[in-house]
Design a protein around this ligand. Structure first.
Ligand code: ADP
Length: 611
């Protein structure tokens, strides 16, 4: 049994646990995967938008370069440079201020005494553009590569075939993602620090001349008093010492970019809101009007890059709880599957263990049975042999003793016959080969016959046998031999399991409820059946008083057979406790109705009522 339990634990229990553990792990991974898939998808949206924005700014810069070339074609370079602010703004509305500087540090345009925007520009930028002070700027001279027809200025060494992949420098920003019903982190006072901390941009610090180096054109962005200024610049194609530039009107640029941000794919329109955030983290354009969120905690975000430093495209979930809900549904479904699987394994294991136990008990009972039957066969055979040898040798001359010995031989032969009959009958029943010869018979006469046969033996063994049999017949539909076998088994049990009080009673009664039946009860004053075993004693091979402890031989088949035979007759054999010690064993059978008692047609058909 221990070995079986070990095999069971190793073959079923441990693998089930491992399986369950793996399933629970995969449950967690599934949730993570779902979140990851979503964030990858939306990161793609943000990256795509940033690329479009950078392309649009690149296109603007190309336009600016074209404007500069066109203006230079129309007049002398110096004259154009001096009037550049007015000329450019007239031609190109995106310019807030146009400027022209020489690399020696001379500011040709705008005039520091002109309109307010020009005055402010000069106040903020003159020292930097005139190379008198270093400034912290974000450079992006590679924007030129988006120009399909680059025109490198002579002597600059600019490579026109720059890697297109480097055209924009958008970078996914590490964000604290939105979560169901709130945010991963409550907005706190140090939020802004965190946002700055996760930016991947690096500023360069130098004078204007150093910053532009040998490049022919590019963008510059710098913060003056925490306010962002973006510049496009381009060298004069004829005079590399002369640089033309424009400070971009950010308000106009925002409007152009806003149109891009609002173009969300129709399939995603119900899922996400895209927003363009400026360097202070405020939205300058959102795709879903009226949507509001903690703007500092998008689901994913991508920085635009050096052109618009600390600006970013952010993606927000319109319904942040939806992701959690899908994850929960997935979790629930998989969880249920795992639970069903475990339940199936549990039930299966329980069934296997129960069946195994049953098989083991049966195997043990069969072994006991073989031992008991061998003993049961040997004991009567030994007595028969011994007494017949004594009688054959003629050593006993006393006729009384001879009769007694012959009586013993007869009784032992009967015991042998009973045992063999029981075993054979059980085998027949097991193979469903039992044939019944049903006929109308009188239970009283069958009982009387058996009592008559057994009385001498019982009285010889000190039993008092009381019979309360009615005078009138009690008709039942039965196989006579089967009836006799049931009664003999009950009577011999009453004899076997009686100890000091050797009193046996046989009684026959008629009952009308719940249905008309005849009851034959055999009562004894023996050792009784232990309360826990009152039903088990009808199981095959089961013995409540085993041979070892009680010294009473038996096969555990007598009651099984009696009950099976009785049930085949539509009746049963039952046990009940008797007051003041002993047992009642009752055989009840349906009685034949009076009006059918005379007829014989009831008995001519099937031999076995089960068929
Ligand atoms: P066995 O050959 O062991 O007598 P049975 O099927 O006839 O087999 O009986 C099953 C068990 O029921 C017996 O082993 C015994 O423990 C119990 N039993 C049967 N009849 C009686 C009785 N009259 N008094 C007490 N116990 C009984």
């Amino acid at each position: 049994m221990k070995k079986v339990a070990l095999v069971f634990v190793l073959a079923v229990f441990v693998p089930s646990l491992v399986l369950a553990w793996l399933a629970v792990r995969s449950l967690r991974d599934q949730q993570f995967l779902l979140e990851r898939q979503q964030s990858l998808l939306y990161q793609g949206v943000a990256d795509g938008l940033v690329k479009d924005i950078v392309d649009m700014v690149g296109e603007d810069q190309r336009l600016f370069a074209d404007k500069v070339s066109a203006l230079l074609r129309n007049g002398d370079p110096l004259g154009t440079a001096k009037a550049f602010d007015d000329l450019l703004r007239r031609e190109w509305p995106l310019a807030q201020v146009g400027f022209a500087v020489t690399l020696k540090g001379e500011i040709l345009s705008p005039s520091p005494y002109g309109r307010p925007e020009a005055r402010l520009f000069c106040a903020d930028n003159t020292r930097f553009l005139a190379n008198r002070e270093s400034a912290e700027v974000y450079l992006n001279s590679k924007m030129i590569a988006s120009n399909p027809n680059p025109q490198p200025p002579s002597g600059t060494g600019q490579d026109p075939n720059l890697d297109p992949a480097k055209r924009y420098s958008g970078k996914a920003r590490n964000v604290l993602p939105q979560q169901a019903g709130g945010f991963a982190q409550k907005p706190g006072k140090d939020d802004d620090d965190k946002q700055l901390l996760v930016s991947k941009l690096a500023a360069s610090e130098a004078e204007f001349r150093q910053l532009i180096g040998a490049e022919s054109e590019g963008t510059l962005a710098r913060f003056v008093d925490n306010k962002l200024s973006v510049f496009f610049w381009r060298r004069s194609p004829t005079d590399p010492q002369l640089v033309f530039g424009a400070q971009i009107d950010l308000h106009s640029l925002e409007q152009d970019l806003g149109a891009l941000v609002r173009q969300v794919e129709p399939a995603l329109r119900g899922e996400i809101c895209t927003a363009l955030l400026d360097d202070t983290g405020k939205p300058v354009a959102v795709s879903s009007p009226g949507f509001s969120a903690n703007w500092k905690h998008p689901f994913v975000a991508t920085e635009i890059g050096e052109t618009l430093p600390h600006w970013e495209v952010a993606v927000y979930l319109l319904d942040p709880a939806k992701l959690a809900r899908s994850a929960d549904t997935l979790k629930l479904t998989l969880g249920l599957l795992i639970a069903v699987l475990l339940l199936a394994i549990g039930v299966g294991s329980w069934l296997i263990v129960t069946d195994l136990n049953r098989q083991l008990t049966l195997a043990r009972q069969k072994t006991d049975f073989v031992g008991n039957v061998s003993h049961e066969l040997k004991t009567p055979l030994t007595s028969i042999r011994m007494f017949s040898e004594i009688l054959t040798e003629g050593r006993i001359t006393d006729p009384e003793k001879q009769r007694s010995y012959l009586g013993i031989i007869t009784a032992e032969t009967a015991r042998l016959t009973r045992l063999i009959n029981n075993v054979l009958e059980i085998a027949r029943l097991d193979r469903s080969e039992k044939q019944y010869n049903f006929e109308r018979c009188d239970l009283v006469s069958v009982a009387r016959e058996i009592v008559k046969t057994y009385r001498p033996q019982l009285e010889a063994n000190g039993f008092s046998l009381r019979c309360e049999l009615p005078d009138a017949p009690r008709q039942v539909r039965a196989d006579r031999d089967a009836l006799a076998q049931i009664i003999v088994n009950l009577l011999s049990n009453a004899e076997k399991y009686s100890d000091r009080r050797k009193e046996i009673e046989v009684r026959i009664d008629s009952k009308t409820t719940p249905l008309p039946c005849v009851e034959l009860t055999i009562a004894d004053r023996g050792m009784g059946v232990p309360p826990a075993c009152t039903e088990k004693i009808f199981e095959k091979f089961y013995r409540a008083h085993d041979s070892l402890s009680s010294g009473i031989q038996g096969s555990g088949l007598g009651l099984t057979l009696a009950r099976q035979l009785a049930r085949a007759h539509g009746g049963d054999v039952t046990h009940s406790r008797r007051e003041n010690g002993g047992s009642f064993f009752t055989l009840w059978l349906p009685s034949l109705r009076e009006e059918t008692q005379g007829g014989s047609d009831l008995f001519h058909e099937a031999k076995d009522p089960h068929h």
